[in-house]
Design a protein around this ligand. Structure first.
Ligand code: ADP
Length: 421
């Protein structure tokens, strides 16, 4: 049969005709589907803007809280974050924070509808926090990215407002800093009673340092300043640093140098990524190392462990260069145990002794607890007459013991200051 006749006969065949028709419809549907997919992709690329915030980003929590408070406040699908807040009185308060649950939420912002997708990956775990990896994706119509800047900025301001008047303590977790515990109410500088003029001297030095970045850049000196507070325990070294941070409106990054797993590289990295406006606090610095001159053998054994080496610390301290003021505080109970290389100028610029109470300090402490100026003078004179060293912590302990006593009763058994433990 000639080919033209064969085709003609096929087209007259109803079964073949129907099959061909179906094939045609299927092909058209596939083309249409592809076309729609391509146009959706094109539309998304050209006409929508998305912002993806992974849970490791600093703005992640701020954004979630902002979305619940400001944006999707009518959303009915929430998850809860429970935290405990310890007041100064020791009372514990439970706090519930609601954040949008995993899934989709919508809200309007600045006249635009925004879709929120909070997704959680079950397979991947954030190693630092030990929780599944999450992301929040915001999608909006338009091409103006400004909307996201505005949202992030509002979220940040809201988070900062929440911590206004508070000092946040950070601790090193892996290669980053995480806030630990709840932000504490700023401790007033006046509540830490040091020998006359000492607090003012340190505050003035810090303020002068913070206010003079140019002096450092012009001379090519790293913009940082090191402080060392030394003296017996319980005399207010840590308390003063807390109060100072409050005064400067700084937060505190506490680093324990004897922590296992804290290598030189990690220390270097941590110091370079410390949150802005924070004091780096290296407490009990003597415990982390043995003086080079004192015990070379012991030190060699120490360096074999997976810990920060002494030379590593010196390098890190020398290298802490940043565009913003970097303040490093170190404390020790034993100045003589420190290697001279650690406390030479440039690494430690100001060394101050924070010692036992003098008469004036005892008097001021008395006045903070009992408003009786005459009794305060007598008390201070009596304490000094005992000719025994006394730390502010011991005096505080004694006053707490006499919480409900009259000034006369407090004056009556000052022997107890040294026996209360
Ligand atoms: P240090 O760091 O010198 O060992 P802390 O700052 O930890 O001492 O003080 C321990 C306790 O004693 C804190 O509760 C603090 O309030 C109190 N204290 C210590 N020194 C002072 C001080 N100079 N003025 C007021 N309170 C103090």
């Amino acid at each position: 049969m000639p080919i033209t006749e064969y085709v003609a006969s096929l087209s007259q065949n109803p079964y073949f005709g129907a099959g061909f028709g179906l094939f045609g419809i299927g092909a058209a549907a596939a083309v249409l589907r592809k076309g729609i997919q391509a146009s959706v992709i094109l539309f998304r690329r050209q006409c929508m803007i998305t912002l993806e915030v992974p849970c490791r980003d600093k703005s992640y929590q701020w954004l979630l809280h902002w979305i619940t408070k400001k944006g999707a406040k009518h959303t009915q699908h929430l998850s809860v974050e429970t935290s405990f807040l310890q007041k100064d009185t020791g009372q514990i308060k439970t706090k519930y924070d609601f954040i949008p649950s995993v899934g989709q939420h919508f809200f309007r912002y600045g006249g635009a509808w925004i879709k929120v997708d909070r997704t959680r990956e079950q397979q991947t775990i954030d190693l630092h926090m030990g929780i599944p990896f999450e992301t929040v994706t915001l999608t909006a119509f338009g091409r103006n990215k400004q909307i996201y800047y505005d949202i992030l900025e509002e979220a940040r301001t809201m988070a900062l407002k929440q911590h206004e008047g508070m000092t946040v303590m950070y601790t090193a977790m892996g290669s980053e800093w995480r806030a630990f515990g709840h932000p504490r109410r700023r401790r007033p500088l006046k509540s830490v009673i040091l020998r006359a003029g000492l607090a003012e001297k340190i505050v003035t030095d810090c303020l002068d340092f913070i206010g003079n970045p140019q002096w450092y850049t012009e001379r090519g000196i790293p913009y940082r300043r090191g402080y060392l507070l030394y003296g017996p325990p319980g005399c207010g070294k840590s308390s003063f640093i807390m109060a100072l941070a409050g005064e400067l409106e700084y937060n505190i990054c506490v680093l324990n140098l004897s922590e296992r797993g804290l290598t030189d590289d990690r220390l270097n990295h941590l110091l370079s990524v410390a949150p802005q406006q924070s004091i780096i606090l290296l407490e009990d610095i003597d415990a982390a190392f043995v003086s080079r001159e004192d015990a070379p053998k012991q030190k060699a054994a120490y360096e074999g462990l997976n810990r920060v080496t002494f030379s590593g610390l010196l390098n890190c301290l020398d290298g802490v260069a940043s565009t913003e003021a970097r303040i490093v505080f170190m404390t020790t109970n034993y100045l003589e145990r420190l290697d001279p290389a650690l406390i030479r100028p440039g690494r430690v610029d100001l060394k101050e002794f924070v010692g036992y109470c003098n008469q004036e300090q005892v008097e001021l402490m008395f006045l903070r607890f009992y408003k009786d100026a005459i009794a305060a003078k007598t008390f201070a004179a009596n304490v000094v007459a005992m000719k025994k060293s006394v730390s502010p912590a011991q005096i505080q302990g004694y006053f707490m013991f006499h919480k409900h006593s009259t000034p006369e009763e407090v004056l009556a058994d000052i022997d107890k200051i040294w026996t209360l433990g």
